[in-house]
Design a protein around this ligand. Structure first.
Ligand code: GCU
Length: 596
């Protein structure tokens, strides 16, 4: 009897394991845009499933059933239903979907002619929040997480002629989610980013890193990884403008590690130099544009290429306010980053989740350094045993995707979490995990729990000791009264690290005079004074190395309910929801132009 139980236990755990492995798809191939792809963007037919019954046996929407014979009927239909644009959140596409938080089933067919010795993958830039993916009737698995890419292999299931992809996208907020139930942004759901088919040979380049050696800027170093553990496979690394054309051989693990002496022009905000890079392996070619730089801290300085730099930043949500929708395209990125550039920024904090790849790549071309973070935001339940696995996987997916983007200088593992034994342990482990994956960038988290002693401010959150720089969200003048005249406020550098003020600001309605000395009428003058006061304080912080006003533009947040001033918008934007410059915008721009 005992042996049988053990036997079933093994079988059971292997089934669970296989589902878990299937769950969250495979780690997405690096740089989908540099590969041989077929774009599946466009109109997808949908079934709207508010009670989320489509996975159940009665509806079984994933079977895309059709009525058989006169006595049969089916209570859904993709073909006779509406279509939604992919990429794009579903909330902004149909009026009845504005506050929708449940499942939408998407269907897309494509014609394909399978080629001998080819592999085929289905790659999603992101689906918020849960995605269940079905292909030609097979359940390929599930991905959890609304802001990182994932993929499934189709090779064994693709057929000649018409193939059918069905996706269940569910954006219901969850206590065990990342973020959790409560957050201050709009919960846009759906297939929110590009979808591609990726065709590869049987053996292909699945991952790579090409960057400057942190310890020796004359060395370009990195690795190239095949999808199979094949030794002695030749891979060519070509960087024509540097006259690099290396023929390299894989080791037993199918990996190449390389280091090559070269003198690239270093990437800087003023001169964001990128180099065309080709990786060529037995019929598989991946193209990328790579920049080379170093980033580090020394005492209380942040050094870019060995020189101290001040991060003139701004916070950005991934939203086009005029469209009331998730941003997802290069054109959208051009709008948001153009606004940041107009403000005089050299740095953007992409709050509070990894943004789409178009934004990161355009920022790199524009010379904007980037802070990227995972949505470990405020009310995360760190006692949930699943949390470690989920947060680490989300961190890996973010870092894996953007490790070749030289403008990403900071990885952040959390925003405004409350100290506790579970939270402290989780954040320290996440910081260590980030460092183990990538020791070439700065690791931080945003804290909102500084200690006030009269006009003095100090840091008591011991987790800060584990970060490369201290990042503080403070809303003096808005959520918290000034403890003294702003010019008298003293910040103590408890941990002797560089400080970034990662959020500050206040709410105002564009063009609203309100009562200039009162917060309660969302007055522009009131917020303008917050900004001039904040800058007077900044000038008194000798170890301040960056500022990020909250936030570039007004953004949607259902918790912001004042019927006159907010109407579901957080009004802390330096720009209105129509891109109009508030008075505080001019204060911030003059600060970044060193006019103060
Ligand atoms: C917090 C939080 C933001 C939020 C902001 C606000 O610091 O990080 O996500 O939108 O404050 O209250 O407006």
């Amino acid at each position: 009897m005992k042996r049988t139980i053990i036997f079933f236990a093994i079988i059971g755990s292997s089934i669970l394991l296989s589902f878990m492995e299937k769950a969250n798809g495979q780690t997405a191939m690096n740089n989908v845009y540099g590969r041989h792809v077929i774009n599946l963007n466009g109109n997808w037919k949908v079934v709207i499933d508010p009670f989320d019954i489509g996975l159940g046996e009665w509806s079984a929407i994933y079977k895309d059933r059709k009525p058989k014979g006169k006595t049969d009927f089916v209570e859904y239909s993709f073909d006779l239903g509406p279509a939604l644009s992919v990429p794009g959140d579903f909330n902004s596409q149909l009026p009845e979907m504005t506050y929708y938080e449940s499942s939408v089933w998407y269907k897309r067919t494509f014609l394909y002619d399978p080629h001998e010795n080819n592999r085929l993958f289905l790659h999603f830039g992101a689906v918020n929040y849960l995605a269940d993916v079905f292909f030609n009737g097979h359940n390929l698995g599930r991905h959890e997480g609304g802001f990182t890419p994932f993929q499934f292999e189709l090779t064994d299931y693709v057929t000649e002629g018409e193939n059918v992809v069905i996706v269940r996208a569910n954006n219901a907020r969850r206590k065990d989610g990342i973020p959790g139930i409560g957050f201050d942004w709009f919960n846009y759901g759906g297939i929110t980013r590009d979808v591609h088919l990726i065709e590869t040979p049987m053996t292909f380049i699945t991952d790579y890193s090409v960057q400057l050696d942190k310890k020796d800027i004359r060395q370009i170093t990195g690795f190239i990884q095949l999808n199979r553990t094949l030794p002695d496979q030749e891979i060519i690394l070509r960087i024509p403008e540097l006259k690099i054309d290396l023929k390299l051989l894989t080791n037993a693990g199918g990996t190449i590690r390389f280091s090559h002496t070269s003198g690239p022009q270093l990437w800087t905000p003023e001169n964001p130099r990128l180099y065309a890079v080709q990786l060529i392996a037995a019929g598989d070619t991946v193209h990328d544009n790579i920049g080379f730089r170093t980033i580090e801290t020394r005492g209380t300085d942040i050094l870019l290429n060995g020189k101290p730099i001040f991060l003139k930043g701004v916070n950005i949500h991934e939203e086009i306010p005029q469209r009331k929708a998730r941003a997802y395209s290069e054109a959208d990125a051009r709008v948001l980053l153009g606004w940041a550039s107009d403000l005089g920024c050299n740095f953007v904090r992409l709050a509070h989740y990894p943004h789409n790849e178009h934004t990161i790549k355009l920022a790199e071309k524009m010379g904007l350094m980037v802070w990227e973070e995972i949505p470990v935001y405020q009310g995360i339940d760190f006692t949930d045993p699943q949390m470690k696995m989920k947060t680490e996987r989300m961190l890996e997916e973010m870092m894996n995707r953007d490790k070749n983007r030289c403008n990403v200088i900071i990885w952040s593992v959390a925003n405004e979490t409350s100290p506790s034994a579970a939270r402290d342990k989780s954040l320290i482990e996440l910081a260590e995990k980030a460092r183990s994956l990538d020791n070439s960038r700065l690791i931080t988290a945003a804290f909102n729990n500084v200690k006030f002693h009269g006009h003095k401010i100090s840091f008591t959150d011991t987790v800060m000791k584990h970060m490369d720089l201290v990042s503080v969200n403070e809303y003096l003048g808005w959520y918290k009264a000034w403890p003294d005249d702003p010019g008298n406020v003293i910040w103590e550098n408890t941990f002797s690290k560089p400080l970034i003020i990662s959020e500050f600001g206040g709410e105002a309605v564009f063009n609203n005079a309100g009562t200039p000395d009162s917060a309660s009428t969302w007055s522009e003058d009131y917020v303008e004074k917050i900004y001039t006061d904040q800058i007077r304080m900044f000038q008194n912080i000798p170890f301040l190395r960056g500022t990020c006003p909250w936030i570039l533009a007004d953004f949607r947040s259902p918790g912001r309910m004042h019927p006159v001033y907010q109407q579901g918008w957080n009004r802390k934007g330096l720009l209105s929801d129509r891109g109009e410059r508030k008075k505080a915008w001019y204060i911030m721009r003059s600060y970044y132009r060193n006019d103060f």
